[in-house]
Design a protein around this ligand. Structure first.
Ligand code: CP
Ligand code: NVA
Length: 309
């Protein structure tokens, strides 16, 4: 493969609508086969390197287990144990790592770090979360919606809370897949369209009142008040976000059949009540499980292209 043919998944919009539709179909097939214990090893002898600069449970597990289930191997690297943590340039690391493995997943801080790595990588690079984006999570979330409720086109997603990496990715996904996002953040934490990587503002609407954002929504979602790397802002955020807690009243004004999602880990009693996250509208466990199936479809696609069987 030449460098120009390599496909990365660094931002949600790196793939188009047709590719997402293919991936949703593929994830369903891969999931069904897995549930039937059918062996499927298209990535035999392929290796995934996973570089983590932040903590993770789901991302590490789903990529590592996923690669194993596809017949390949995964290597876990964290910055503390590698030369990256001692100042080796990202570009040098990319040159070396991408000569030794077939695909790379990175969880890091600024988006610019993963972009720099990808610019020097000989193999596909997947964003496992940056300060700006979390595309693998939104891929799994939308697949979960499609699986349980059908096409997301034209639907309304309510985003309650911080305009963080998850919010930015939902907004980008709305442009790619043509749905709407109602965003409600506290004052001072509003969406920055440029940082979110948006073409415009046509697919989202801002609401000062979180309850108003939830009215009629088909999917209500939130995330932690303080993301990894921003812990110094904990106290200020706890005060600012106190009214941005998804509760039963918010779910009651959403559309009939609306689902609740959270990328996890969650803080019950902060961004969501226990009643909602542990209640009947919550699909958070399916959402977490679908990280595994959608990322298997993604890795298969980035390495092998479209599979017709
Ligand atoms: N949702 C998610 O990415 O979880 P981890 O931080 O556990 O990987
Ligand atoms: N916004 C959260 C997501 C964790 C999966 C964070 O970046 O910490």
């Amino acid at each position: 493969m030449t460098k120009t043919e390599i496909r990365h998944f660094l931002r949600f919009r790196d793939l188009d609508r047709a590719e997402f539709e293919y991936l949703f179909g593929r994830a369903r097939i891969i999931k069904e086969r897995f549930k039937r214990y059918e062996k499927y090893h298209p990535l035999g002898d392929r290796t995934l390197a996973m570089i983590f600069e932040k903590a993770s449970t789901r991302t590490r597990l789903s990529f590592e287990a996923g690669m194993h289930q596809l017949g390949g191997a995964a290597i876990y690297l964290n910055t503390r144990d590698t030369q990256l943590g001692r100042g080796e340039p990202v570009e040098d690391a990319a040159e070396v790592i991408s000569r030794m493995v077939d695909i790379v997943m990175i969880r890091t801080f600024e988006q610019s770090i993963i972009e720099r790595f990808a610019s020097r990588s000989r193999v596909p690079v997947i964003n496992g979360l940056t300060n700006e984006y979390h595309p693998c999570q939104v891929l799994a979330d939308i697949y979960t919606y499609v699986e349980q409720r059908g096409d997301i086109r034209g639907k309304t997603v309510a985003w309650i809370g911080d305009s963080n990496n998850m919010c930015n990715t939902w907004l980008q996904a709305a442009e790619v897949l043509d749905f709407n996002v109602h965003v409600s953040t506290p004052q001072g934490y509003e969406v920055e369209p440029e940082r979110a990587g948006l073409y415009g503002t046509a697919h989202f609407e801002s609401f000062a009142d979180p309850m108003a954002a939830c009215r009629g929504a088909d999917l209500v979602t939130t995330d932690v008040w303080t993301s990894m790397g921003f812990e110094a802002e904990n106290d200020a955020r706890a005060k600012a976000f106190a009214d941005w807690q998804v509760d039963a009243d918010m779910m009651a004004v959403a559309a009939k059949g609306a689902v609740f999602m959270h990328c996890l880990p969650a803080h019950r009693g902060e961004e969501v009540t226990a009643e909602v996250i542990d209640g009947p509208q919550s699909v958070v466990w399916d959402e977490a499980e679908n990280r595994l199936h959608t990322q298997k479809a993604l890795m298969e696609y980035l390495l092998l292209g479209r599979i017709e069987k």
